[in-house]
Design a binder for this molecule. Structure first.
Ligand code: ADP
Ligand code: F6P
Length: 326
């Protein structure tokens, strides 16, 4: 296998706090190992439109604490076509890029996998998404910060919920995954979480109301994961207005607040460890793997597993929430 001389790095899909810390770690680890680094702007789009520049250690100074991504990010429809990927590959060749580190979510790593197979290019992925929905890693870069943001927001909304004795449905992100909603509910002392993983098994709203929820409380907070399956906070609130009109209901959708802000210490450390591990993996001849973390150990997870498998919800968390909110 020829030695890697130049690695390209990009961020793709939804931004997540800690992406900058990952860019910094990959850049510095590569330079440390004598490999050239090129920053590719705007995700896969920048490969096609040739927005590529060499990165020195100074390019990544003073960014570990910043949210978002200095490389910008984008969603790129052309990259989903063989013609778009060919253009992207031609540009990489012109720049002498012989390996890639892709930081992004499920979609971005799907693109990476297809590209790696089509062009036999070594690619390592880093799981960068607040959704925490990638299989093979206990946590993803950005998840901890988003969870902390949710907790702070819910703490504030609780003041109004308590003062007005209201039932609040707070919608959090997750793109069909309930990790933010479930752990956000536990962390903020909410009464319940409505998540897509459980929606098909039972009617979470009916169960919550019918098992005597609010017997001992005058206000309640329920976190709802955004999803067609849950109906989102608006859908759930609409149902309550029709079926349980005795409640004074309000909805709050946290939205993109959850994606921004300075990364938590956990996310900075995770991103740094994963960034260094990505370069190690490339040097070690690994290709088509996502760097994950399991029980505090760095692991290499084949793209095929990380993308295809659904990451399960830990059922103990459901019990912890149910019992702690009586
Ligand atoms: P995320 O990485 O946050 O899940 P998206 O699902 O929007 O975000 O994917 C980001 C980008 O990854 C897409 O805009 C596209 O460029 C690329 N991508 C996603 N799916 C594919 C695919 N099946 N083939 C090629 N590229 C893809
Ligand atoms: O994947 C991250 C995420 O924030 C999801 O939780 C959400 O569904 C989606 O991205 C929102 O995307 P956009 O910023 O394009 O509206």
């Amino acid at each position: 296998m020829p030695a890697i001389k130049c690695v390209g790095i990009l961020t793709s899909g939804g931004d997540a706090p800690g992406m900058n810390a990952a860019i910094r770690a990959v850049t510095r680890a590569a330079i440390y190992q004598g490999i050239k680094v090129k920053g590719i702007y705007r995700g896969y789009k920048g490969m096609i439109t040739d927005e590529i520049e060499e990165f020195k250690t100074q390019n990544v100074s003073n960014i570990i604490q910043r949210g978002g991504t200095i490389l910008k990010t984008a969603r790129c429809a052309e990259f989903k076509t063989p013609e778009g990927r060919k253009q992207a590959h031609d540009k990489l060749m012109e720049h002498g890029i012989d390996a890639l580190v892709v930081i992004g979510g499920d979609g971005s790593l799907t693109g990476a996998r297809i590209f790696a197979e089509e062009y036999n290019m070594p690619i390592v992925g880093l799981p960068g998404t607040i959704d925490n929905d990638l299989y093979g890693t206990d946590v993803t870069i950005g998840y901890d910060t988003a969870l902390n943001t949710i907790m702070e927001c819910v703490d504030k909304i609780r003041d109004t919920a308590t003062s007005h004795e209201r039932l609040f449905f707070i919608e959090v992100m997750g793109r069909d995954a309930g990790f933010l909603a479930l752990n956000g509910a536990i962390a903020s002392g909410a009464e319940a979480a409505i998540i897509p993983e459980i929606s098909l098994e039972k009617d979470q709203l009916a169960e919550m109301i019918e098992t005597g929820f609010r017997k001992s409380k005058n206000s309640s907070i329920v976190l709802v994961a955004e999803s067609d399956v849950t109906g989102g906070a608006m859908g759930v609130a609409e149902r309550v207005k029709n079926e349980y009109p005795q409640f004074d209901v309000r909805v709050s959708i946290l939205g993109h607040l959850q994606r921004g802000g300075s990364p938590s210490a956990q996310d900075r450390i995770l991103a740094t460890r994963m960034g260094v591990a990505a370069v190690d993996a490339l040097l070690d001849g690994q290709r088509n793997v996502m760097i994950g973390i399991q029980n505090d150990e760095i692991v290499n997870v084949p793209f095929s597993k990380a993308i295809k498998n659904d990451k399960p919800i830990n059922r103990d968390l459901l019990d912890a929430l149910r019992i702690s909110s009586i």
